[in-house]
Design a protein around this ligand. Structure first.
Ligand code: 4AZ
Length: 370
């Protein structure tokens, strides 16, 4: 009878609203060593008015179910073997296509899933306002080693290491309901590329050395770096992620949930020609420390995305490799005007040498990447 009541209720929710339908698709937490499922208390009843507190007491004490209002009920479809969660193994550039634990449906504005891009980092400035320390969002960045974040020099060159902090594993900057918590780390030192020019943003590379290493987990992991130039190929799948504005100028608003945009890589000659049609004029020369991507109307990085990573799938299409750092553009999202990125392949030797010095060991050994 109890089984039939549960089965009937499960069939009923299958025809109900989207939230409940998601649960009926098999997402119920398993309990009683696989013999039961955690269901909302109203789905588990033998149609008898409970007068002595039996069952209700279970809700408040010793219930195996994570949700306070769920109870463990015999599984109407028979016992299942609980699937153990495999131990986490760090692999650079691994995208969690379906998020972790839950896939959110109904997004329409290029929002990412929870922890879809575990290398994505927020670079923050610590500020004291009315004797309270707050974090101001400065820029994006990427975790290239548990102790090192790569970002744009133009984001951090005016700040002391002690004023900076990074946030790893963040997704929705305005809420704390993510299943895996973010990790904040203070910065021990900032290394700026010696060729960085704040006027024209040539060599826009900076490394942030964390005071304590990140704990790598399903929502915090590293991006791969590579010096194989074949990754820069207009046919490759590249994308940029960031919390920056949705459009240029006063009307643009910053994003709460991390967003992604797929972009084509644009060859340097073509990019220089396109940028020469703007106010940069016909004599503009694109420095080799830059690369370009985008140029499709409405698809671009924008203000606030500075320092964020541009990544492309490697030739085996399994891992992402960082190829760019958001640097600058002429407006955002204008057709035929690509966005400009610090060229990570061009800066590869400097990045790796400086990382080796910070770590007193070879950073390349760290990337689990062929
Ligand atoms: C910015 O202001 C910015 N469309 C970043 C990227 C782009 C434009 C502006 C590229 O940080």
């Amino acid at each position: 009878m109890r089984h039939l009541a549960v089965l009937a209720a499960l069939l009923a929710v299958a025809a109900a609203g989207p939230r409940e339908r998601r649960q009926a698709n098999g997402d119920y937490q398993v309990c009683r060593a696989g013999a039961g499922v955690c269901v909302p208390y109203y789905l588990c009843s033998d149609d008898t008015v409970i007068t002595d507190g039996t069952g209700i007491i279970d809700i408040r004490t010793g219930s195996e179910c994570a949700n306070f209002l769920d109870v463990c009920c015999t599984n109407p479809t028979g016992p299942v073997t609980p699937t153990p969660i495999p131990p986490f193994v760090s692999t650079c550039g691994t995208r969690n296509y379906n998020g972790i634990d839950v896939r959110i449906q109904g997004f329409e504005g290029n929002e990412t899933q929870v922890a879809e891009f575990p290398w994505m980092t927020a670079v923050l400035k610590k500020e004291v306002v009315s004797s309270e320390e707050i974090n101001l969002y400065l820029c994006g960045g990427s975790l290239i080693h548990p102790s090192i974040v790569l970002t744009a020099a133009h984001c951090v060159h005016n700040h002391a290491a002690g004023d900076l902090r990074v946030r790893l594993g963040e997704w929705d900057t305005q809420n704390e309901y993510e299943p895996y918590k973010h990790q904040d780390r203070d910065i021990a030192s900032v290394v700026i590329h010696p060729g960085f020019n704040p006027g024209n943003l040539h060599n826009d590379y900076a490394l942030l050395y964390l005071q304590t290493p990140a704990e790598l987990s399903r929502n915090v992991d590293v991006i791969c770096l590579d010096n194989d130039l074949t990754i820069l190929n207009p046919q490759h799948d590249c994308l940029v992620t960031g919390w920056g504005k949705d459009r240029f100028g006063k009307k643009g608003v910053f994003q709460n949930v991390l967003k992604k945009i797929e972009l084509p890589y644009v060859l340097p000659g073509q990019c220089q020609d396109a940028l020469r049609t703007t106010r940069l004029s016909k004599l503009f020369i694109l420095d080799p420390s830059f690369l370009c991507a985008g140029g499709e109307a409405g698809k671009d990085s924008c203000s606030g995305d500075g320092g964020s990573p541009l990544v492309c799938l490697d030739r085996t299409k399994t891992q992402y490799v960082q190829v760019g750092i958001v640097a600058w553009g002429i407006g955002c999202g204008t057709s035929n005007i690509p966005g400009v990125y610090a060229n990570v392949l061009y800066g590869y030797n400097w990045i790796v040498n400086e990382a080796d010095k910070l770590l007193a060991g070879p950073v390349v050994d760290y990337w689990n990447y062929q």
